[in-house]
Design a protein around this ligand. Sequence first.
Ligand SMILES: Nc1ncnc2c1ncn2[C@@H]1O[C@H](COP(=O)(O)OP(=O)(O)OP(=O)(O)O)[C@@H](O)[C@H]1O
Length: 300
Amino acid sequence: MTSAKIRVSDVNKIFEVPGSRRVPGHLATAVEGVDFDVHDGEFVTMVGPSGSGKTTILDLVAGLTTPTSGSILVDGTPINGPGRDRGVVFQQYALLPWKSTLDNIVFALKAAGRGRHRAERRRLAREYLELVGLKDYANRYPHQLSGGMKQRVAIARSLSYQPEILLMDEPFGALDAQTRELLQSELLRLWKSTGTTVLFITHSVEEAVYLGQRVVVLEARPGRVKAVVDVDRPEPPAGTDPRSTPEFITHRRRVWELLHGRDHLAEAPEDPDAHHVPATHDLSIAGPTGDAHRLERNPS
Ligand SMILES: Nc1ncnc2c1ncn2[C@@H]1O[C@H](COP(=O)(O)OP(=O)(O)OP(=O)(O)O)[C@@H](O)[C@H]1O
């Protein structure tokens, strides 16, 4: 039986926006009445237009900020600030530039109280680097690594805390298409082998559907959960592109329609002209990186 590892219930977050001499300050509701669960060991992705509160929600679950009202429970207990049970991976890698790849991980292991002595921490750090395919880069410094490599180090560092939950805020957003696809499948492999519960934020519909077992779709102003889409897709035959299966295309289209406010077209087929989505439309959302789905601020 699955249980809620993370339970977000009726969460509101209102920020105070300070004024200036000319403009009075005001309150800004970032998210309103947000409800969703992430089950133990589940991989949940979250998409939404810019400003819909994705990062706010992730920060709340990480304990970096507190909700104005509502509750966030981890294993049934209200969270009380950040904790080692929750590792966070941001889009920017936040590695220590003066430490080698290996020492960045050693540093994290020490902070987590893992390893009895330096030699053991170095051995563990090498294991984590091997896990993310970087064992030959142990002595490089962050500025000597590509963006994808830096993000692998950041993921290895987060995993070295052995968190039960991994919170990822657009971790692959700055990477090129090929590296992004590679890291997506590596992340799935790591997730399957560690059993970690993952909440992953992205702008990309493609990425959300590829990675998530469920996709939480947000709407903006204020940010609310519009729908939660189950992504039940069979394993494709070996050698087949998992993004080209009919199931994948159906889920991607459903999430795209929800994001673009066309979900009512799919659900209200009375008007045949209104719900017709041309085939070219599907092709336009089929880019491998999902960049085509990136939503602009203030979409009209
Ligand atoms: N510290 C803050 N003070 C005031 N307003 C904030 C603050 N942080 C976020 N907001 C507002 O809350 C709303 C949600 O912001 P958030 O960054 O969570 O959205 P997002 O979906 O992650 O956006 P993006 O996709 O552009 O990163 C926005 O309107 C933003 O301006």
